[in-house]
Design a protein around this ligand. Structure first.
Ligand SMILES: [Zn+2]
Length: 285
């Protein structure tokens, strides 16, 4: 979604390729191999706007008959069954969420995951404030720490991958030259048919494995770059907000991808419940 150029008016083809005859696994091609035809369609929206609108559609605002706004509609996910949580209210009008599977199919299919609306609101507000403060305090430090977490913090690994990519690219180029040499030698009668076939097969299998590895290395590197872009984008959005004191749909849609709700566990007379906020582009902090 983040890099879907079609929405920016470009037409992207050839993004995926099949590795080889035997290995039908589809891998993503390196970005510089994509066939991008620019400005095929007029750019309709910026990526960010499109993303925001898309998220908004996914989590449509729900207003109950009492006028109560279900702020978290579409954002909550049950940690056990993966379905959403729906809003219910007690007779005294206090609102709470429960797992939709539990609500519709009963306790044999999932547990209630009972979560009072006000508890959730307080928790998410605190979480969002914490994230915004972290970005505001030191944007670069925030980006680096999130990126380090997402990439398992490995700058040396990136350098090693870049080096391997360059070596593999040189190897593939060498092998192409070797092909030409083989044809030349065969043509000049230096090689017998049998020798030619043997050397050709050897060359071919080496080229295939070098290219496969090159694809994989390039893909890993591209993913790391995308991670950086995603974290930057999150920081850009976060910086648009001053200290917030309340939540609204816009803030939630722009910052949060989903909120995963665990069940309420009662132990030694104390209830605990794990609620995890996953932010857009960066996951949970
Ligand atoms: Zn459930």
């Amino acid at each position: 979604m983040l890099n879907n150029r079609t929405y920016l008016g470009h037409c992207v083809n050839g993004k995926r390729t099949v590795l080889s005859f035997k290995n039908k696994r589809v891998v993503r091609k390196a970005e510089d191999e994509w066939i991008v035809v620019e400005n095929v369609f007029p750019p309709l929206v910026t990526e960010q706007l499109w993303n925001d609108a898309h998220e908004r559609l996914k989590t449509r605002k729900h207003e109950s008959t009492t006028g109560f706004v279900n702020l978290f509609a579409g954002l909550l996910k049950c940690d056990h069954c993966g379905k959403g949580l729906g809003l219910s209210n007690t007779k005294d009008h206090s609102n709470y969420y429960v797992c939709n599977t539990y609500k519709k199919k009963g306790p044999t299919k999932c547990t209630s995951h009972y979560l009072p609306y006000d508890d959730l609101y307080g928790l998410v507000l605190t979480e969002v404030q914490r994230a915004l403060v972290a970005v505001k305090a030191n944007r670069e430090a925030f980006i680096q720490s999130v990126q380090a977490k997402l990439n398992a913090g490995d700058e040396s690994r990136r350098k090693a991958l870049e080096m391997e990519r360059d070596e593999l690219a040189a190897r593939v180029a060498d092998l192409s030259k070797k092909y030409r040499q083989l044809y030349d030698d065969r043509y000049k009668g230096i090689l017998s048919d049998r020798m030619f076939m043997e050397l050709f097969a050897e060359c071919e299998s080496e080229r295939i494995s070098a290219e496969e590895r090159l694809e994989a290395v390039q893909q890993t590197l591209t993913e790391q770059e995308e991670t950086r872009e995603g974290v930057e984008l999150f920081a850009d959005i976060a910086e648009q907000y001053d200290d917030i004191t309340e939540l609204d749909r816009e803030i939630l849609n722009r910052l949060i991808a989903k909120i995963v709700v665990g069940d309420r566990i009662r132990e030694n007379g104390r209830s605990t419940q794990k609620v995890t906020v996953y932010y857009n582009f960066i996951g949970n902090l």
